[in-house]
Design a protein around this ligand. Structure first.
Ligand SMILES: [Zn+2]
Length: 316
């Protein structure tokens, strides 16, 4: 069976023809995010036909389309309630896309959920039945797989793990509330923590490096590797913040594997190894229960396409 996986981003849309968890062909196109929803969806439909043509696949060979879309999506109805990056407000995306493409079965879910499904089935999760994917980027996205299925809550409004509270009355979060995980564990938060450390220790190697090269999500990792004490301390603190959220998820879901994605995950073992240690040391009942693996995402940009296509599989 062949499926189409569509991954909608703020700047572009990606579409792939997928068979047995393998992308046979993929294509991307720019998006016009501020146009009316009708225009955006017809652009996506055009991309579908272009992708099929390039792949030499007939529309009738496609058993279903899965779509990952940022924002608030009702998985059951395929409605996008709201999307901050693209002009969808109460948009019946599944229905519109089915009509324009003539492919009847269209499933839609949040993009972080799709990435979680993709990584769990075909990537770093190696087919685990229970997993949590945490994306450490501008914000913190989470997707949760329980017994092989996405856990999304009533009307798919749940699984917003970036907004669990880890510090009462703490740092201001992007959502307007205080003390949320995202305000401590995102790449944006890491850069803030790096900047604060530089200001507090202006003679440190970290501050000197930052003055020359600027600050991004890699700065603290580079300087810690070079042995700078302030960088090591800042990084250890950040790892505790990230670990704190992982332990919370682990205590509730006890997955086989926690997958770390997003830009910060490119740091590799410098992030992953201490995180796994933190989870092992702090999760409830670790001495009696199976070990929880912490791994970096492996599919990168393909996770969204593969996970979206997997929405069409039975029981997702
Ligand atoms: Zn928040």
């Amino acid at each position: 069976m062949k499926y189409l996986g569509i991954d909608i981003g703020g700047m572009s849309v990606k579409c792939g023809v997928v068979e047995d968890g393998v992308i046979l062909h993929k294509k991307a196109a720019p998006i016009r995010p501020r146009e009316d929803a009708e225009v955006i969806v017809s652009d996506i439909a055009a991309l579908v036909f272009d992708t099929l043509e390039e792949c030499g696949t007939d529309r009738r060979e496609i058993a279903g389309i899965g779509v990952g879309c940022p924002g608030s999506v009702d998985d059951d109805t395929g409605f996008v309630r709201y999307c901050c990056n693209v002009n969808f407000v109460n948009t019946p995306l599944a229905e519109m896309l089915a009509e324009l493409t003539g492919i009847e079965s269209v499933r839609v879910s949040n993009d972080a959920n799709c990435a979680a499904l993709g990584e769990t089935l075909y990537g770093a999760g190696e087919g685990a039945r229970n997993s949590v994917l945490i994306t450490l980027g501008t914000g913190v996205g989470t997707g949760i797989v329980v017994n092989g299925r996405l856990l999304t809550g009533n009307r798919s409004a749940g699984a917003e793990g970036g907004h669990i509270t880890i510090a009462m009355d703490g740092e201001l979060c992007g959502c307007g509330k205080r003390g949320h995980y995202e305000a401590y564990a995102s790449a944006t938060a890491l850069m803030k923590q790096t900047k604060a450390a530089c200001e507090k220790h202006p003679n440190s190697g970290l501050a000197k490096y930052a003055a020359e090269n600027g600050i991004d999500g890699k700065t603290v990792f580079i300087c810690a590797k070079n042995g700078d004490k302030v960088a090591i301390e800042t990084l250890n603190h950040y790892i505790e913040y990230v670990g704190c959220g992982l332990v919370t998820y682990a205590n509730i879901f006890y997955p086989e594997v926690i997958i770390i994605g997003g830009g910060v995950s490119n740091a590799g073992d410098a992030l992953i190894v201490p995180l796994e240690k933190y989870v092992t040391e702090n999760v409830f009942g670790a001495q009696y229960n199976p070990k929880i693996k912490v791994v970096a995402a492996t599919l990168k940009n393909d996770a969204g396409i593969l996970g979206a296509a997997a929405l069409c599989l039975d029981g997702r």
